[in-house]
Design a protein. Sequence first.
Lengths: 110, 112
Amino acid sequence: GQNIDQPTEMTATEGAIVQINCTYQTSGFNGLFWYQQHAGEAPTFLSYNVLDGLEEKGRFSSFLSRSKGYSYLLLKELQMKDSASYLCAVRVYGNNRLAFGKGNQVVVIP
Amino acid sequence: AAGVIQSPRHLIKEKRETATLKCYPIPRHDTVYWYQQGPGQDPQFLISFYEKMQSDKGSIPDRFSAQQFSDYHSELNMSSLELGDSALYFCASSVRTGAEAFFGQGTRLTVV
């Protein structure tokens, strides 16, 4: 199985930068995904890492270190609409299921 | 762009009743996943289908069953409902070799 650990809640100011961390333990690692989820809504895909390094997509960047079992999601120029839960999920070889961590709640304040 | 469609969006059932949730994947997506998300919890994988065959099974109770039909839509059947089954049920779809799974808006099931 997969053990995925994420901290739970953080507050940040509009325009700031916030980093959300995710650590995982799994065998047969085949990719790490970041999703954004607003309360009561569907998770929305943000980014995907399968190789070590940084992936940048606009205001969002995601980093992966497979040797450390570690990833982070960087949110830049925070906007009020970024207030949401951010979930990391790991995929393993042999199936396509995503194993989610418990999510990190980000609250953006003016 | 077409998205994953789930119906119904909301469902209220009594204990011991049955419920059927439907999922229509994005066109040309051949893999469907079902997830259950309790209040304040992470999505828990239930079951997935690839080309109409069950491809993976997670923490799905024996009271639940699911299938994928010839038109690729999927249904999750839930019997002998319990209060603890109250949750958001998400369906997601992907291309088998694709990178990301796209989620539907979910069905909120409330068991009273």
